[in-house]
Design a protein around this ligand. Structure first.
Ligand SMILES: C[S@@+](CC[C@H](N)C(=O)[O-])C[C@H]1O[C@@H](n2cnc3c(N)ncnc32)[C@H](O)[C@@H]1O
Length: 244
């Protein structure tokens, strides 16, 4: 299942999407942290820590942060674990990884969620922050998550989801569709930053609904599949690899 229909006016065909997305994040990398900081009213770091604590990340866990980007999720995981020693960060964008490497002494690997260079049964806890829309295929990605998790291991996927109410949806569209990309370009004086946030919006708008994500997680053989939505907006998808 595609995470959203093909956006032919953005990247042409599905085959061209990975290169298009990599270029977008490579170019926008140096602006990403600043934009996310003010764009989410400085709540990002606190939320990323709180959500991992709430969903059971604990000292001693071996963690895989898929689509680590500039390391925003992994940095908060390291605070909970008390070390970055057992954290592996994966991302296809060299630009994003370059920024992340300056922040924590974790293991960094360039790669994609759909085909990860890790052995089976490697991790206790797998996170993915705000990147589900960028993978080529949900079923392949979730089967891969199941493969690399240890039996009983947990995954936590964070996403921003369009609100169901009409008013919420209207405000969401104005903010993420217009104000956020415009201000991102204005504050950074960078077209790359604006384009990155415009694409952020386009993919959020086109993303499959939560029920489809939950179905794909179940279809990959994961159990205890759930979605919690903070303010109806911040989706937290969790699932567990069945014990052996
Ligand atoms: C919006 S950033 C999210 C960064 C970070 N996780 C956070 O919480 O802010 C999306 C990231 O997904 C990465 N990405 C894009 N396609 C991917 C794929 N197929 N597999 C893994 N990561 C991917 C991008 O390179 C980018 O760093």
């Amino acid at each position: 299942m595609l995470p959203h229909p093909t956006l032919s006016d953005q990247y042409g065909t599905e085959a061209a999407k990975p290169e298009f997305v990599d270029r977008l994040f490579d170019k926008g990398a140096k602006h990403y942290d600043g934009i996310v900081d003010w764009g989410f009213l400085r709540s990002g770091a606190g939320y990323r820590k709180w959500v991992q604590e709430r969903h059971g990340l604990k000292k001693g866990d071996h963690v895989l942060d898929v689509a680590c980007g500039t390391g925003l999720v992994a940095v908060e995981a390291a605070k909970i674990l008390g070390t970055a020693e057992n954290i592996t960060c994966l991302d296809p964008s060299a630009g994003m990884l370059e920024v992340a490497r300056t922040k924590l002494p974790a293991r960094f690997v360039q790669g994609r969620a759909e085909a990860m260079p890790f052995p089976d049964n490697s991790f206790d806890f797998l996170t993915m922050g705000y990147a589900l829309r960028h993978v080529a295929d949900l079923d392949t990605t979730f089967r891969e998550y199941r493969r690399v998790l240890k039996p009983g291991g947990k995954l936590l996927i964070l996403e921003v989801t369009k609100p169901a109410s009409r008013v919420g949806n209207f405000l969401f569209r104005i903010y993420f569709g217009r104000i956020y990309p415009f201000l991102s370009g204005l504050f950074t004086r960078s077209r790359d930053a604006r384009d990155m946030m415009r694409y952020y919006w386009i993919t959020m708008d086109a993303c499959v609904p939560p029920a489809s994500v939950l179905d794909a997680l179940r279809g990959a053989g994961l159990t205890e599949v759930k979605r919690t939505a903070m303010l109806g907006l911040f989706s937290e998808y969790t699932a567990v690899k069945p014990p052996a």
